[in-house]
Design a protein around this ligand. Structure first.
Ligand code: XUL
Ligand code: CO
Length: 435
């Protein structure tokens, strides 16, 4: 039985279409920079929001109307929900999805029962993947919801919590491999702390490093060749998250010798909570060769928490796509870690929201490609830094100039001449010309 009987496959109808159930910019076959939009964007639906989001908030219960869901924690309901998920993803035309173990299957009363539940649902997921051709962008384990993780998972003061988390990751890796997952994500969840009065910071971060190595070793053992990703996020849920932003994550990966195995999954709303722009986080990870994938959403700058809204701002999407074109994305993707507002409670809102996000990114992709084709910003940058291309600049960059050489140079030169203006306003105007 269909969960969305009134919805047909969403089609590209072009910019003039007034149909809110059609794409105006996302034409999966359109070629941009020699590659189809589908292959550039690698859109993914987040199971936890789209299939499990209830619309509850700290002030009230869920609001979502989901006629296919009987509200129970039964495996049967979970399997049925999985089939609905694939009807949705297929009609939407997204090539990927992503999940946590506990989104897709109910947690049982023991680890072995939970594993059994997960196997039962994974069987349906596999059937549905084969039926539709939809693929798994990434899997992950929920190591933060259950009260056993109140102090964290790998960074818990309780070694048993570490052990439980490890067992859960083992199983999640097996299932991700079985489903052909192209990546595996670690988001810190409760890996952090509220006060140093009760926290051995060094020991906790050492344990997190150990945990990641155990995952890398097990992946090797079972032949899982997907890319490992770590997802930076500050503040929520603990005051000090160990993986607070791209720089903190990269420092962690370097300190524990993990950069050969991990890249970053950068999320827009997490970037802004950290006091950065998404563009900064992408550039920071990208310039170090560690940009892996993105969780596409947006926050509300008036609010200080992770609102996980659908990204519809074309300016933002253009900035993101500039980085993704520059550094590449595969085997990562654009995963909509985003939820419909509590007030958008009808099933059809799931379509409107994803279509809006996909169209914004498709438009961002085309604008970014146009910016790159013209090369005006590149020309400006090259010129702004041209003092490094020859003379003393080139000597410094190549390591030929020591401090004594710099002194000799400056004693002779006397003072530096003011260099070119930063031209921020001109450049912002130039950017707007492409919008
Ligand atoms: C939490 C968040 C997670 C991760 C996966 O803010 O973004 O959903 O993406 O655990
Ligand atoms: Co996320």
């Amino acid at each position: 039985m269909s969960a969305f009987p009134e919805i047909k496959k969403i089609r590209f109808e072009g910019p003039d279409s007034k149909n809110p159930l059609a794409f105006r910019f996302y034409d999966e076959n359109e070629m941009v920079e020699g590659k189809s939009m589908k292959d550039h964007l690698r859109f993914s639906v987040a199971y936890w929001h789209t299939m499990r989001g209830s619309g509850s908030d700290p002030f009230g219960p869920g609001t979502m109307v989901r006629p296919w869901d009987d509200g129970s924690e039964s495996v049967e309901n979970a399997c049925n929900r999985a089939r609905v998920a694939f009807e949705f993803i297929e009609k939407l035309g997204a090539p990927y999805y992503a999940f946590h173990d506990r989104d897709v299957a109910p947690e049982g009363s023991s680890l072995s029962e939970s594993n059994k539940n997960l196997d039962a649902v994974a069987k349906v997921l596999k059937e549905e993947q084969e039926r539709t051709g939809v693929k798994l962008l990434w899997g992950t384990a929920n190591l933060f919801s259950n009260p056993r993780f109140m102090h964290g998972a790998s960074t818990s003061c309780n070694a048993d919590a570490f052990a439980f988390a490890g067992a859960q990751v083992k199983k999640a890796l097996e299932v991700t491999k079985e489903l052909g997952g192209e990546n595996y994500v670690f988001w810190g969840g409760r890996e952090g702390y509220q006060t140093l009065l009760n926290t051995d910071l060094k020991r906790e971060i050492d344990h997190m490093g150990r945990f990641m190595h155990l995952a890398v070793d097990y992946a090797k053992k079972i032949g899982f060749t997907g890319q490992f990703l770590i997802e930076p996020k500050p503040k929520e849920p603990t005051k000090h998250q160990y993986d607070s932003d791209a720089a903190a994550c990269i420092n962690f990966l370097r300190a524990y010798d993990l950069t050969d195995h991990f890249k970053l999954n950068i999320e827009t709303n997490h970037a802004t909570l950290a006091g950065h722009t998404m563009a900064h986080e992408l550039e920071y990870a990208g310039m170090q060769g560690l940009l892996g994938s993105i969780d596409a959403n947006t926050g509300d700058l008036m609010l200080g928490w992770d609102t996980d809204q659908f990204p519809t701002n074309v300016y933002l999407a253009t900035e993101v796509m500039l980085s993704l074109l520059k550094y590449g994305l595969s085997p990562g993707g654009v995963n909509f870690d985003a939820k419909v507002r509590r007030e958008s409670f009808e099933p059809i809102d799931l379509f409107y929201s994803h279509i809006g996000g996909m169209d914004a990114f498709a438009r961002g992709l085309k604008i970014a490609a146009a910016i790159r084709a013209d090369g005006e910003f590149d020309k400006f940058l090259a010129q702004r830094y041209n003092s490094w291309d020859e003379g003393i600049g080139a000597q410094i960059e190549s390591g030929q100039a020591d401090l004594a050489a710099l002194e000799t140079y400056m004693l002779e030169k006397g003072e530096i001449a003011p260099n070119a203006s930063g031209r921020q306003e001109m450049l912002e105007g130039l950017f707007n010309r492409y919008m």
